[in-house]
Design a protein around this ligand. Structure first.
Ligand SMILES: [Zn+2]
Length: 158
């Protein structure tokens, strides 16, 4: 947990209870860039996320509440400029909402725990789902699969 989470009492990677705060409360506990995307449905500029071409093995969480969202093995290079995944960790990770703004018919994806805006899902992704979850990197937290990696390294060479 980094210092930006110190003021965030709802942040938890294990608590699945839904989070419902007022916008005022969110504004107080979230860093400005996370607040802009998660609560005001903003979009980060393409190619600005460090997660866009990130290849570490681990888990991605909602940066606003800590809800587990995606695993690194469902991440793929979409070339669209935002971190892309083909499948969320579980059905409860994500809420889907029709979005007809900006003259487009899209499906917005929100965090299943805090309803923070994450990005959109499109149907031009790779198998097995054929979906492309196009997600703002600002609202993602990443945790390296430390234990899995350690076990792998400690395996004696055959
Ligand atoms: Zn969340």
């Amino acid at each position: 947990m980094d210092s930006t989470k110190k003021n965030n009492p709802v942040y938890s990677t294990s608590d699945t209870a839904k989070v419902a705060l007022t916008e005022e409360e969110w504004k107080k506990i979230l860093p400005a860039d996370v607040y802009y995307i998660a609560r005001q449905k903003g979009t980060e500029r393409a190619w600005t996320s460090k997660f866009e071409s990130f290849k570490e093995v681990g888990t991605y969480y909602c940066a606003a509440c800590g809800n587990p969202l995606f695993k690194s093995d469902t991440k793929f290079e979409s070339g669209c400029g935002w971190p892309s995944f083909y499948e969320p960790i579980s059905k409860s990770s994500i809420i889907y909402t029709p979005d007809n703004t900006h003259g487009m018919v899209r499906t917005e994806v929100q965090c299943g725990r805090c309803k923070g805006h994450l990005g959109h899902v499109f149907d031009d992704g790779p198998p097995p789902t054929g979906l492309r979850y196009c997600i703002n990197g600002v609202v993602l937290d990443f945790e390296k699969a430390k234990e899995a990696e350690k076990n792998y390294k400690e395996k004696p060479a055959q």
